[in-house]
Ligand binder design. Structure first.
Ligand code: PEP
Ligand code: MN
Length: 345
């Protein structure tokens, strides 16, 4: 590990750095006369980097050496995340689709059958919805979870659903094959830990004002519980223009594929905010290396309780899935299909 110490830091603060190095079992030596570059040789551990960064005299960790954080790619192969019939990573792509929010049960059944028939391997629907206004539809709550459970059993499709608060994690985990932590909750460390401890696969969405490092640190919280089943999701960051709801950060997708062993998917719906752009934005995300998509689909968007403007039709989902298959093949990857495609949809 290589640390750069702050020039002119107090002796007591410099001493704290050396003491920590000793405590962690590193051999140490300064590489320069000014004693600002400190080389540490020893056995690294994931928490060492942050422990040094927290010290006042440390300006920067220039090289973490083998003190790798748990999310880091290093020489690791892709982590493959599995939930229901879906597989993300290791050359496998999967599609998650469904309405923004869980609504009435017949509608949910209709959507679940339709998205499965088009090739989605997970159904996404929110029972707990994070909304900008307290006066907007907040989701059905626990009754929404019951509807998801029923549809999951009837259609034979795994479900992804969001949890907003720690006290609901247990209930959500009973139903969900994958637990979503949304953009607004990405920084909620108690939630990250509680969800991590369920051992269930986690869909972790990037906050719209979060850096890539912050997203990876959110993943690190989940990883610190021993749960490695994490799918990262780029859903667009806030831009200055209003033509799209957010800006899909395709550079971040390409970067993440190199920086971490965790799979990365793209949410073209919240990035575009407009149904007519979802297919193009989905293609862009896949071209950047995404391991799958999460797409909002609704047969009657004008009746949707939330995010109707960005919901695509079932037919359009079919096009998105065909694009995904073609783009995956270009990269020598494979789009996972549902096990048994429902013929009634
Ligand atoms: C959603 O997935 O419906 C949602 C609210 O997404 P995000 O957390 O990315 O805004
Ligand atoms: Mn939504």
């Amino acid at each position: 590990m290589l640390l750069r110490l702050r020039k002119g830091s107090a002796e007591r603060q410099r001493h704290a750095v050396l003491a920590l190095a000793d405590e962690l079992g590193y051999r140490r030596r300064f590489l320069d006369h000014a004693e600002t570059l400190l080389e540490l040789v020893g056995r690294g551990a994931p928490e060492h980097r942050s422990r040094f960064e927290d010290l006042a005299a440390v300006a920067e960790v220039l090289d973490a050496g083998d003190a790798r954080e748990r999310h880091e790619r290093g020489d690791r192969d892709d982590t493959v995340v599995t939930a229901g019939d879906a597989r993300f990573g290791g050359g496998d792509l999967s599609i998650i689709a469904g309405p923004c929010a869980v609504e009435d049960v017949d509608r949910l059944l209709e959507i679940a059958r339709a998205v499965k028939a088009r090739g989605a391997t997970l159904l996404r629907g929110g029972a707990f919805k994070p909304r900008t206004s307290p006066y907007s539809f907040q989701g059905l709550g626990r009754p929404g979870l019951e509807r998801l459970a029923r549809v999951r059993a009837e259609v034979g499709l795994g479900v992804v659903t969001e949890v907003l608060e720690t006290r609901e994690v247990e209930h959500v985990a009973e139903v969900a094959d994958m637990i979503q932590i949304g953009a607004r909750s990405m920084a909620s460390t108690p939630l990250l830990l509680e969800v991590g401890r369920t051992g269930k696969p986690v869909l972790l969405k990037r906050g719209f004002g979060a850096t890539v490092r912050e997203l990876l640190m959110a993943a690190e919280f989940v990883l610190s519980t021993g749960n490695e089943q994490i799918v990262l999701c780029e859903r667009g960051v806030r831009g200055f223009d209003r033509v799209t709801r957010n800006l899909l950060d395709v550079g971040a997708v390409a970067h993440l594929k190199r920086a971490t062993h965790l799979p990365v998917i793209v949410d073209p719906s919240h990035a575009a905010g407009r149904a007519d752009l979802v297919r193009s934005v989905a293609r862009a995300g896949l071209a950047a290396g995404a391991d799958g998509l999460i797409v909002e689909v609704h047969p009657h968007p004008e009746e949707a309780h939330s995010d109707g403007a960005q919901a695509i039709s079932v037919a359009e989902l079919g096009h998105v899935v065909e694009d995904a298959r073609a783009l995956a093949a270009l990269d020598g990857k494979h789009l996972v299909r549902p096990e048994r495609i429902s013929l009634t949809a």
